[in-house]
Ligand binder design. Structure first.
Ligand SMILES: Cc1cc2nc3c(=O)[nH]c(=O)nc-3n(C[C@H](O)[C@H](O)[C@H](O)COP(=O)(O)OP(=O)(O)OC[C@H]3O[C@@H](n4cnc5c(N)ncnc54)[C@H](O)[C@@H]3O)c2cc1C
Length: 428
């Protein structure tokens, strides 16, 4: 039997290196307010250092230029990198590019791989993924209305996409569009590579949001409104087969969701460290905060929740490594909604213990808190994941005979009395 929670010493050394690198080299960059061009210049030498350490694009197989570590190791890495929104970017495994790499690697033709995957992998290109529509397809992507109509060998795309992360700083967008409106719900859509600059493709704006109330142009991490008006792409733009759009999206979202959860462990841990640090020195009504029972409860609850999130995430990662993403669906859905709550609650307690300082922008907690709110929405809202978890569990259950609960004590007693009648007579 193998049930092992240890980390190989060699890999632990890499994790230790990453921990220091993220704290010393990446965290300081967060404070500078760099725009996208400045940020790219600032992180280029760090990205090179990561490549030199053979830690670049760890999510991908070796033949694709990644490290082939698998999801468990990636989970341990993300726990460190996720402490900063810039961490995954410096290590070449940031969303949505990591998921887009996986799509291109899985279904891209040789031409598509050369043209789009290689520069995406090397960090030369960046990309976005456009599924959501303001008026139609969000939590239920089968409601999609963006269309792609064949015109000779070309496709003509029309639609209105919403909240497309990084579209304004990308080189291309993978767009999901309806290619066969009459087909079965899950076979209606296909995916297309649409280069930025294609006539008719307009990134209308970076949408102001809780995460960024006043977005500046050319900023990494914005969420954009995008319109497509008679956008013409050639046959090489189609990813996979016509009708495979939903299938490919599902493939992409599985690992994508767990990668978010991995990063949330890092964010939660960073907030937890701040919570504990404050508990050691802030003095109120006769003692430091760390001696108050409420604060100790917060620390204990946060530690337990982060540990649970970590174990659930690594377990789901292990299922993916052992049996594939499809088998891990329930486990991924479980941590997607549970992780979002842990992330929120731990950051919330860290803000509370810092009082007004926690609420201020002099600490990263308030922006972490605002970003954490989105975790309950993106890649499927909590309600949808709860629903699919409940559905998966309910499959194992059926109504009991005559709708009498299996554990009904009078019924069980009557059955036991009948079964043990001789024994009961003897011991009476
Ligand atoms: C920060 C951020 C980044 C994003 N990045 C991208 C991106 O890069 N590309 C992209 O395509 N999209 C992106 N999205 C969009 C995201 O995927 C959607 O917000 C999400 O799928 C929910 O869709 P919706 O916002 O249209 O909400 P709706 O579909 O309108 O749902 C609204 C609410 O209805 C309820 N609900 C929906 N379905 C059910 C159900 N079955 N049972 C019970 N209640 C239900 C839930 O409470 C849900 O929150 C991003 C969103 C955010 C917040």
């Amino acid at each position: 039997m193998s049930w092992d929670f240890s980390t190989e010493p060699e890999f632990q050394k890499k994790l230790d290196w990453m921990g220091e690198f993220v704290r010393e080299e990446i965290w300081p960059l967060e404070t500078l307010g760099l725009d996208w061009d400045q940020l790219r210049k600032a992180i280029a030498p760090l990205q090179q250092e990561v490549k030199d350490q053979n830690l670049w694009a760890a999510h991908l197989d070796q033949e694709l230029g990644g490290q082939g570590y698998g999801q468990v190791k990636l989970g341990l890495m993300h726990e460190i990198l996720g402490s900063s929104t810039l961490g995954p970017l410096v290590f070449g495994c940031q969303a949505p590019d990591s998921g887009n790499c996986e799509i291109l690697a899985a279904v891209g033709t040789d031409v598509q791989k050369k043209k789009w995957l290689d520069p995406l992998l090397s960090g030369e290109y960046y990309s976005a993924f456009a599924l959501t529509e303001l008026d139609n397809a969000g939590a239920d992507p089968t409601n999609l209305t963006t269309t792609a109509v064949a015109d000779g060998d070309d496709w003509i795309l029309n639609g209105h996409k919403w909240f497309i992360s990084n579209a304004s700083t990308s080189d291309f967008i993978i767009v999901v569009a309806v290619t066969d409106p009459g087909a079965e719900r899950h076979r209606r859509t296909s995916q297309f590579i649409v280069p930025i600059g294609t006539p008719g493709l307009v990134v209308v704006r970076d949408i102001a949001s809780m995460e960024n109330t006043a977005p500046r142009p050319n900023t990494y991490g914005s969420h954009c409104e995008v319109t497509l008006e008679n956008v013409r792409v050639d046959a090489d733009a189609l990813l996979g087969n016509v009708g495979d759009g939903f299938l490919i999206a599902q493939k992409r979202l599985g690992p994508g969701r767990i990668h978010h959860c991995m990063r949330w462990i890092g964010q939660s841990q960073r907030a937890f460290d701040m919570l504990c640090e404050r508990a050691t020195y802030r003095f109120a009504q006769g003692s430091v905060l760390g001696e108050k029972q409420t604060i100790r409860n917060w620390i204990a609850d946060s530690a337990a929740e982060i540990q649970a999130l970590k174990l659930m995430t690594l377990h789901a990662a292990w299922v993916i490594d052992e049996e594939g993403t499809a088998k891990a669906r329930k486990d991924i859905a479980l941590i997607k909604f549970y992780g979002g709550k842990v992330l929120h609650d731990v950051i919330d307690r860290a803000i509370q213990i810092h009082g007004s300082l926690g609420f201020s922008s002099d600490l990263p907690l308030e922006s972490m808190y605002r970003a954490a709110r989105a975790a309950r929405l993106y890649d499927g809202p909590d309600e949808v994941h709860r629903d699919s978890v409940a559905k998966a569990y309910l499959k194992a259950y059926s109504p009991p005979p005559n709708n009498v609960p299996t554990q009904h004590i009078p019924t069980r007693r009557a059955a036991a009395q009948e079964r043990f009648a001789d024994l009961l007579a003897e011991i009476a």
